[in-house]
Design a binder for this molecule. Structure first.
Ligand code: FAD
Length: 470
């Protein structure tokens, strides 16, 4: 029989649950990816992630070629395109891995309806997560709203072991089955990006996973993960986002990785790392159970709050010209690489919302345009956490001081000097407080655009007043 595997956020062959099952069940698997016809209708996508996607599709097509198959690309709305393909190939089933994002979920429902009309099964699988949102629930059967008890439950559940890679997908799709050419940025009318991105595709991602586990980065994770200079974290965000590696394989391999030299440190690091993976599924579960977080604050008491920050200030933040070296370094790292270290994501997001009083949604959408690991659930969760409005948020009155954060996490100024070249000759203690002499740190580098203490008080006043009205 012939079946379709619809690739979505699972752009790999290894340990791909739906693909594996399709290969076992059918004589021929038609591998399909459907390109969105997004044409700048919304501000949540940008050149960086699409460039990475293009590379991933090219690599997937090559990997399928090695199995004697090829990637069929179509463009448009997934349900309509799959409908055409079912007719053209006389497919007897559609296989796919489930998505937990509201858009992905809606589309899944539409595809199920199409299959239903054809009288063929639409077989959906758990693949993107270790535990689906409805598998991790409180004692009374409801969703968690706070991370720590969620993560304890998540960690205690049995994990599925990874499977290998299919050895064949059967006969290649017929030669006359049309396929859109592999896309480039022109497909979405996007400008080329100057950012230097991680290498795309399954093979490169697997190499990153191997390097992370075998190098000292995993062993030192508990100790170093908050340091933004150098490579102190796994840098696997985009690989999980696009499904270039399987979460089961990552979890299993990390769990098994402890070396003889310093087993207790290693175990602590591995445990810390696995807990971070739980954050990803926590935010996916939040978006699943509370899809309204996408449009409004998770915490009802902060809905409808004023965000009086100006567009002018937002533009300055976006350019990395705030005069707060750690904030500017973060934004510039993002623009240059599509990545920003987690600690710095917290600092820059808190700065935008608590020092500039700009709405978190502005920052959320800017991050989505530039992050190569940009992902609705984690990004929304991270932004609402920083804004003090989200699930498990930092309480609104606990406002990080960017100068003190610099002293704690970049005391030598290594990170700042890497990303803000104007400041390379400046001694690092000057990055840990506003300039006392009122003079700029270096020619061409701006003075701090606001006074942190004043803005902190203003934030407390805005939040406090709004809560009184509720
Ligand atoms: P590591 O520290 O090596 O962590 C390993 C993996 O665990 C990550 O790849 C990620 O999948 C997961 N993870 C770790 N921390 C978190 C977290 N706090 N929330 C959710 N997942 C986590 N992460 C995204 O994947 N996409 C986003 O769009 C995103 N936006 C963010 C926005 C803000 C304002 C903040 C504060 C955080 C955001 N994060 C996002 C979470 C985190 O910053 C990144 O997952 C992490 O920096 C990716 O780098 P890494 O793979 O080296 O992380």
């Amino acid at each position: 029989s012939t079946v379709i595997h619809w690739f979505r956020r699972d752009l790999r062959l290894t340990d791909n649950t739906a693909l594996h099952q399709a290969a076992q069940d059918a004589a021929q698997v038609i591998p399909v990816y459907i390109l969105s016809d997004w044409q700048k209708r919304h501000a949540w996508t940008g050149s960086i992630r699409q460039q990475f996607l293009c590379g991933c599709l090219e690599s997937l097509d090559k990997n399928l070629g090695a199995l004697g198959s090829r990637l069929i690309l179509r463009c448009g709305q997934a349900d309509q395109e799959l409908e055409k393909l079912i007719k053209e190939t006389k497919a007897e089933a559609v296989y796919l891995n489930r998505d937990y994002d509201p858009y992905g979920r809606d589309m899944e429902k539409k595809v199920e309806e199409v299959c239903h009309r054809f009288g063929i099964p639409c077989l959906t699988y758990k693949d993107r997560v270790l535990h689906e949102p409805d598998e991790v629930l409180t004692g009374s059967g409801g969703p968690y709203r706070v991370y720590t008890p969620y993560s304890k439950n998540w960690l205690s559940l049995e994990k599925t072991a990874p499977q290998g890679k299919p050895t064949t997908l059967g006969k290649a799709p017929a030669k006359d089955l049309t396929s859109h050419p592999l896309p480039d940025l022109g497909h979405w009318k996007l400008e080329p990006t100057q950012a230097s991105l991680p290498a795309p595709g399954e093979r490169a991602a697997r190499q990153r996973m191997k390097d992370f586990i075998e190098s000292r980065t995993l062993n030192a994770y508990a100790q170093k993960r908050n340091i933004p200079a150098g490579v102190t974290t796994s840098r696997l965000g985009q690989d999980l986002r696009f499904g270039l590696i399987s979460i089961r394989e990552l979890y299993t391999r990390c769990s098994a990785a402890t070396s003889a030299q310093s087993p207790s440190d290693d175990q602590k690091s591995v445990a810390t790392y696995l807990k971070e993976l739980a954050w990803r599924e926590f935010y996916l579960a939040i978006l699943w159970h509370y899809p309204e977080v996408f449009d409004e604050e998770f915490a009802p008491e902060f809905r409808g709050m004023p965000w009086p920050g100006s567009d002018e200030q937002f533009q300055v933040w976006k350019q990395g010209q705030t005069g707060f070296p750690i904030v500017d370094a973060g934004i510039r790292e993002l623009l240059a690489t599509g990545f920003m270290h987690n600690r710095v994501r917290m600092i820059v997001s808190m700065f935008l919302t608590k020092d500039l009083h700009c709405h978190w949604r502005l920052g959320e959408s800017f991050f989505m345009q530039h992050l190569v690991d940009g992902e609705n659930a984690s990004n929304n969760g991270g932004w609402q956490w920083s804004a003090g409005t989200g699930a498990d948020a930092a309480p609104y009155f606990r406002i990080q001081n960017p100068w003190i954060q610099t002293k704690t996490y970049d005391p030598e100024g290594t990170y700042i000097r890497q990303w803000v070249p104007e400041l390379r000759g400046v001694s690092p203690e000057r990055f840990t407080a506003p300039p006392k002499d009122g003079r700029s740190l270096a020619p061409g580098y701006p003075l701090p655009m606001v006074d942190h203490h004043e803005e902190r008080d203003r934030t407390l006043a805005i939040f406090g007043k709004h809560r009184e009205t509720k």
